[in-house]
Write a protein of this length. Structure first.
Length: 392
């Protein structure tokens, strides 16, 4: 007897995320693939002190079952931080095991098979995966260098009557672009007027190198009550603690809590209490400033290095922050076809096609600049250029 898989898993033998992570630990490959923070920048001593404090003073509690909602100390700290941009109370938050779990939970709570979700073209590939597994029919909305087009969004709403929209307004994954303040106001006005809920993903917003910070869409008039705002410790502290959080208002919070109970009962109490202690006793803003200075230099190294190496007709984004830039080679180039040769040459990237809900531009690729030093980035770009025939 063999297991009969659910229809939504028919033909699924791997995933882009699994394939990305498979090359991260290979010492012979310079990886531009995953959005992997540089571990040398982690505040290891501060986290060691936080975990030591938790185990010394609250060890039995930290190792026990707890409520699904989240630990009170952490919720207080997170509410204070979110309130810098959007007034928030602890009871408007739900702790998750990373923001990826938040995407999955929202899909489980809101979607019936066949429901439409509007997404940017392109968008975060693991969101495509999570929402599709919940039964969503993903409809891509056209974008430009400033993000989703308000008129196209309104037309898609009229044509498809979506359950919600999923957007990454700041340092978008995969392109790195950000919506300026005026575009955010236009998008928010469309969503408020049409009553379409928003799943706003904001894991990169504090990693700004330059330019003027813009508020989350959730903070604009009328948006708070119809937005689930996702955030995470992964990109600004450390991904290994697997602490994320979502902000929402109204009855959806109870449904999300029930869904969280079904998935894993709770996020790790030890991690929650340690992150709470870290936030209470350490200067996270100073840490982010140090990280941003390093990442800015690496963004420059990759963007400038690509500009010098790319063939005629290709283009690359130069994001104001975050972790990624986006290359479009154009023509008949298929970056997925060329990936094995690149890995064989000792460099990895993510082909662009998985980031598209439909009609993928197969000449695109996503590159992350945060993991490697400028010197390693230069070597990796030389390998990439040689594998794709740009050299010489």
């Amino acid at each position: 007897m063999t297991f009969q898989l659910a229809s939504r898993f028919a033909g699924v033998t791997s995933s882009p995320v699994r394939d990305i992570l498979s090359v991260v630990g290979r010492g012979d490959v310079i990886s531009f693939a995953g959005g992997i923070p540089d571990g040398s920048l982690f505040e290891v001593d501060d986290f060691r002190a936080a975990f030591d404090h938790v185990l010394a003073h609250s060890g039995r509690r930290a190792l026990q079952y707890a409520t699904t909602h989240g630990e009170p100390e952490l919720l207080e700290q997170l509410a204070a931080r979110v309130s810098r941009r959007l007034p928030t109370t602890p009871d408007q938050l739900q702790v998750t095991s990373g923001s990826q779990e938040g995407i999955f939970l929202v899909g489980q709570v809101l979607l019936d098979p066949g429901d439409v979700v509007l997404v940017e073209q392109p968008t975060y590939l693991a969101a495509v995966q999570a929402l599709a597994l919940a039964g969503a029919r993903l409809v891509a909305v056209p974008t430009d260098e400033h993000g989703v087009l308000p008129d196209a969004l309104e037309a898609a709403i009229a044509a498809h009557r979506p359950k919600f929209a999923y957007l990454i307004p700041t340092f978008q994954n995969p392109t790195g672009r950000s919506m300026p303040a005026d575009r955010r106001r236009e998008v928010a006005e469309v969503l408020v007027r049409t009553g379409v809920p928003l799943l706003e993903d904001d894991p990169y917003g504090e990693l700004r190198f330059e330019g003027e910070a813009a508020p989350p869409l959730a903070s604009l008039p009328g948006m708070a009550e119809q937005t689930v705002l996702l955030n995470s410790a992964s990109k600004i502290m450390a991904p290994g603690v697997r602490i994320g959080w979502l902000r929402a208002e109204g009855p959806i919070l109870r449904s999300l809590e029930v869904a969280k109970q079904a998935v894993g009962l709770q996020s790790a109490v030890t991690d929650q209490l340690a992150v709470a202690h870290y936030l209470a006793t350490c200067d996270l803003d100073a840490h982010i400033a140090r990280v941003v200075a390093v990442y800015r230099e690496r963004r420059d190294a990759m963007a400038d290095g690509l500009a010098a190496r790319l063939p005629d007709g290709a283009d690359v984004t130069r994001p104001e922050g975050g972790m990624f830039l986006w290359v479009r080679l154009g023509g008949s180039v298929d970056t997925a076809v060329h990936l094995p040769a690149a890995v064989g040459a000792g460099v990895a990237y993510v082909p662009g096609w998985p980031f598209f809900a439909s009609d993928p531009d197969r000449s695109t690729m996503r590159l992350s600049y945060v993991t490697n030093s400028p010197e390693v980035i230069s070597e990796g770009l030389d390998r990439l250029a040689a594998s794709l025939g740009w050299a010489g």
